[in-house]
Design a protein around this ligand. Sequence first.
Ligand SMILES: [Zn+2]
Ligand SMILES: [Zn+2]
Length: 270
Amino acid sequence: MFVSLMVFSLLFAGRAICGRFEEEKDEKDYALHYLTQYHYISPTRSGNHNATKAIENFQKFFDLPVTGELDEDTLYQMNKPRCGLPDVDVNGERFKRYATLGKWYKTTLKYYMTYGDDMSHAHQARIMARAFKYWSDAAPRLNFAKTNNVGAANFRISFGRRAHAGVSGERQCGHPFDGPGRVLAHAYFPSDGRIHFDNDERYTETGASSGWWFWKKESQSLLAVAVHEIGHALGLKHSNVKGSIMWPTAKKGTPTLHSDDINGIRSLYG
Ligand SMILES: [Zn+2]
Ligand SMILES: [Zn+2]
């Protein structure tokens, strides 16, 4: 009896250790994938390929204690819903402020949109108009108008799942979505015009969170995500200024532009 109990407890302990080992390996794999996706580990040969340095740069970007290790704060931040675009350039380091990539050389811009599953089309169209207005209020030379003619549009807004293709006639997007959570949307820099939302997310106008654990019901703010993605489509990259709309992780509630966002858009269209 004693022997069999001992064997049982040894087996059990072995399994527990194995389970924890698997979990750590999964966390490490996910973190490496994350650091590569957001360019902390560089896609170019000349950039950074050191994992510790990549973790440190990630921690600096997100204002976390810089330990160079995959600690709890770091993994927690890596699991937050966010935009799918990279955060940093080749060397992974930069000043604390906005960054830009490209611009439009005209200021009257048209957008064409298709719709997600969560709200009426009229409601989604109102939210999108409201999102564009954030940027034209900050840089009054910008004018945005909705068009039903996709061929005349500068921006093409669409919702898709996993491997997605955007509005009809658009080629397959090279960046598949990942199901509910994590990546919510992405957009292309000027003058491409594609803005893609992950249709596996649940969207409401300003997002909500209720219940807990198994019963937790969560929705993302279509308004906040749209303002952020339009920012990319106008030429703004991710900002490492916490509180800016161009910060990579998603916010709920009614968004406001930070002075960093306003400085960024005015540097392009002021
Ligand atoms: Zn983004
Ligand atoms: Zn896409």
